[in-house]
Ligand binder design. Structure first.
Ligand SMILES: NC(=O)C1=CN([C@@H]2O[C@H](COP(=O)(O)OP(=O)(O)OC[C@H]3O[C@@H](n4cnc5c(N)ncnc54)[C@H](O)[C@@H]3O)[C@@H](O)[C@H]2O)[C@@H](O)CC1
Ligand SMILES: [K+]
Length: 499
């Protein structure tokens, strides 16, 4: 059954887990070649739906079962009267097992199969059947050159199972990868289809379960869960007798000279996401402007750790870091905050100071690094973080014993116990200043209303990304504060204040 995006499974698997699932389906009685035929039918359906008038396909086939799927798509297109050519990349005589059977079927119905050369004419829709979940290491020649020429060709591309060259586990391009317009993926969603480089490679994503036994799919081990309306944590409705003391007192700590807006954005976001009381501990110089913008926020000028500690005594949740800076003022406040036992959200310079050992991590809560901050915290490069985002997020969660939101396309939420969630919403228009401050405030507000760290992080990331997606549709230039009313609206839609 081919499923639309919002009904796709919520489990995300590694390549090894999907291979294991294939093996279990075969062991349960469905021959591998039958699965390959179902995969080809699903790909062919998706191809005709997207390009009904194309009338012509070129298949780039590798040497494994991914190529087998491609040969069977070629056979289906040939039977439908389309113009079809298969280019075999690498030694075609290396095909074995089901893939060789698939090639024989294509030849039997008259498909033209020829060795790939750099002059091979790519016409019509190009079907990428070079590499699937069997990819290991950086793409080697001649596949790499075929991929480069395909990407330069400007032809529409359907990728079978996963764009060739994309790592199914991490979403990283391994040297070079196909940029697909449509990817049809089978049996289990691979985590690597959603994070790191994947959003620029996958195009439209279609899932087909190859008619696998739903119980088998439901019980298959997975790597992570995809956040969607169906599994989002929710806030409970409020009793009609509610009072502000029931929804937490949140204190934002940040806003050094020149960065006052960051802390104010976090405070405003927390206020609009339902925190009972919101306080702001910032530079005295920012108080007048902050009060003018948001009289609902209790603004206090703090000059020392002791002044901050007096405020933290009344707080149920801290949001530490927006605009904090890395100077003496920020360091003093961070050290004071670190010793507080209430749940905390640490962002921005709180994380940079933690990375250089100038603070101890809080005892509970969530940290929200972007890849650069995550790299500093782990003592590795940003490229290494992006090379395996799930691993980096889990490593941070374990090292600091906190929940972690690793930001960037395909944001991940990791818990110290190994739980991992992924948000596949968002929009490139979200790449701008202040959006992280809004996320930190929102997250703090959900903690203040009683959610646990992992649930609050999951819901906050989903709301933030979904609001960004909505506003991004209007174009570039999202101001971070634009996001706040949309987040409020979305939160009400999924967790109404009244029953
Ligand atoms: N029964 C099954 O296992 C099914 C598998 N299916 C398809 O089979 C695919 C997996 O098939 P395979 O496990 O045979 O693997 P693939 O077809 O993904 O790739 C294996 C081939 O790629 C080559 N290769 C590996 N790393 C390379 C690199 N870095 N550079 C260049 N070449 C490289 C290997 O030498 C081998 O020839 C799935 O992605 C899916 O498309 C589907 O047909 C559904 C059923
Ligand atoms: K492929």
């Amino acid at each position: 059954m081919t499923l639309p995006t919002d009904e796709m499974p919520l489990s995300l698997h590694s390549a090894a887990q999907v291979r294991d699932l294939d093996a279990r389906l075969i062991a349960a009685g469905t021959p591998g070649f039958e699965l390959m035929q179902r995969a080809a039918h699903a790909a062919w359906r998706a191809l005709r739906r997207r390009w009904p008038e194309a009338g012509c396909i070129s298949v780039l086939a590798g040497r494994g079962n991914n190529a087998g799927d491609g040969y069977l798509v070629a056979a289906l297109a040939q039977r439908a009267g389309w113009q079809v050519r298969v280019f075999a990349v690498g030694a075609a005589d290396a095909l074995a097992g089901d893939a060789a059977l698939a090639r024989d079927e294509a030849l039997a119905v008259g498909v033209a199969v020829q060795p790939w050369t750099e002059c091979a004419p790519l016409e019509g829709v190009v079907v990428d059947a070079l590499l699937g979940t069997g990819l290991s290491g950086s793409v080697r020649e001649p596949c790499a050159q075929a991929i480069r020429l395909l990407n330069a060709s400007g032809q529409p591309v359907l990728a079978i199972d996963i764009p060739s060259g994309l790592c199914a586990d991490s979403g990283r391009v391994l040297g070079v990868a196909v940029r697909a317009d449509l990817t049809v993926t089978f049996i289990g969603l691979k985590l690597g289809l959603f994070t790191a480089d994947a959003p620029d490679q996958v195009g439209e994503l279609v899932f087909d379960d190859l008619q696998a036994d739903p119980d088998l799919l439901a019980t298959a081990p997975s790597q992570a869960v995809r956040l969607a309306l169906g599994n989002l944590p929710r806030l409970a409705p409020r009793p009609r007798t509610a009072h502000k003391g029931q929804f937490g007192h949140l204190l934002v700590v940040g806003g050094d000279l020149g960065f006052g807006g960051a802390a104010l954005l976090a405070a405003e976001s927390a206020l609009r996401s339902g925190a009972g009381l919101v306080s702001l501990a910032t530079r005295m110089e920012h108080i007048a402007a902050s009060l003018a913008r948001r009289p609902e926020v209790m603004c206090a000028g703090v000059a020392s750790a002791n002044q901050l500690l007096a405020l933290t005594e009344k707080a149920d949740v801290l949001v530490v870091g927006p605009g904090l800076g890395q100077g003496a003022w920020g360091r003093a406040l961070l050290s004071a905050a670190a010793g507080c036992t209430v749940p905390q959200v640490w962002d921005a310079d709180a994380l940079n100071l933690l990375a250089v050992g100038l603070a101890q991590p809080p005892s509970a809560g969530v940290m929200t690094p972007h890849p650069g901050e995550a790299a500093r915290l782990l003592g590795i490069s940003t490229a290494e973080v992006q090379a395996d985002r799930p691993k980096a997020a889990l490593a941070l969660a374990q090292r600091f014993n906190l929940c972690v939101v690793l930001k960037g396309a395909g944001s991940l939420v990791a818990a110290p116990n190994g739980r991992l969630a992924l948000c596949d919403h968002g929009h490139p228009a979200m790449a701008g200043a202040g959006l992280g401050d809004v996320l930190a405030g929102l997250l703090g507000a959900l903690l203040a209303q009683g959610m646990d760290s992992f649930d609050a992080a999951c819901l906050a990331v989903w709301l933030h990304a979904s609001a960004g997606k909505t506003l991004g549709a209007l174009g570039r230039g999202i101001a971070a504060s634009d996001l706040i009313p949309t987040i409020r609206q979305l939160l009400e839609e999924i967790s109404p204040c009244l029953k």
